[in-house]
Design a protein. Sequence first.
Length: 415
Amino acid sequence: MTDGKRRKSLAAASALLGGVLVLSACSSSDADSSGGGDGKTSQAEVDEAAAKKSSEAQIKITPKGGSDNASINNSAGVTVSKGTLTEVKMTATDGTVVEGEISADKTSWKPGGQLERATKYRITATAKDSEGRAAHENASFTTVSPENSFIGTFTPDDGKTVGVGMPVSINFDKEITDKAAVQKGITVNSSSGQEVACHWFSTQRMDCRPEDYWTENSTVTLKLALDGVEGADGVYGVQQKSVTFKIGRNQVSYVDAKTKQMKVTQDGKTVKTIPISAGSPENKTYEGQMVISEKFEETRMDGSTVGFTDDDGKGEYDIKDVPHAMRLSTSGTFIHGNYWGKGIFGKANTSHGCVGLEDAKGADDPNTPGAWFYNNSIVGDLVVVQNTGDETIAPDNGLNGWNMDWAQWKAGSAV
């Protein structure tokens, strides 16, 4: 190819390439200015249009989805901003529906009761904004397991009327290593204004009482704010409740093993004197202040359950229908009716450590001393046993913390 022809070919190629470049530039410019040379809407405009059509309502579900060890009291809830709730559903994995109620202003929802432990729940919520546009949200969470939580079983129960000696006693189902944290979540107050202190007998038991017996006819309130409190490493409280109980009349009964008589007093005045039979010289009754913790119209008493056995390992006694029995200790001390002992009351101490009162078989005679005392006693009344020659009952053997002086009692507090 001659030099002239070569220059013409290059010029033609350059013109053709230039045309392509110009056309490409024009095509790009047109697309930018018109939103697409082919008449289609850009993705940015699609997203923007969709956003303008979506609801402004913002739903929040607690706890956060995927949470575990959630509280069974306060975790679950739904709130909405920039809108109102129209529907909330909460179900357990087994299909159980959790009832709840949307607030009057339709901005929040809470379940109607306590949740179950170690259970997975799912919440679905729907809300709408001022334009009527719907928003949806859902979350699943699992509540704290029994292994990772603790509860305190307390006495007395809510609404009960009890005697002036009744302490608040709480037994925990797990060992508590952070006693201070747990005790700070528990308050006990009396309408009488008496100072109340709590004492830890172990890592699983705490009792609370005033310095002197409760004031008669007062009201005591126990509040448990233990939900989420870490009582031990990785072990959390789940209780959140308040209970009240009433203190009745002031009844204290004094058992004298030497005179073999019991003096029953109410508000400091003797209302009845009853002949008794206490523990024999070989099996003396504990001395000290004892609180009636349980009442049984009839019950079985088997010596083998409290260490009284013969050479064959059988109980030294097994009476299946002991009448009008009232427990004074965990270890088996009772004050109860006795129909089998004849001529012993007021004359001889013959029992295995209990305090016996004359009674009738079948607990059906209201005129016996045993029936009278049973019918005129309530849980929380005090029985003070004297002159037996035995040791004073341990403060934690039953509800008998009154046998510890006030300084020692307060020294057992964790706060």
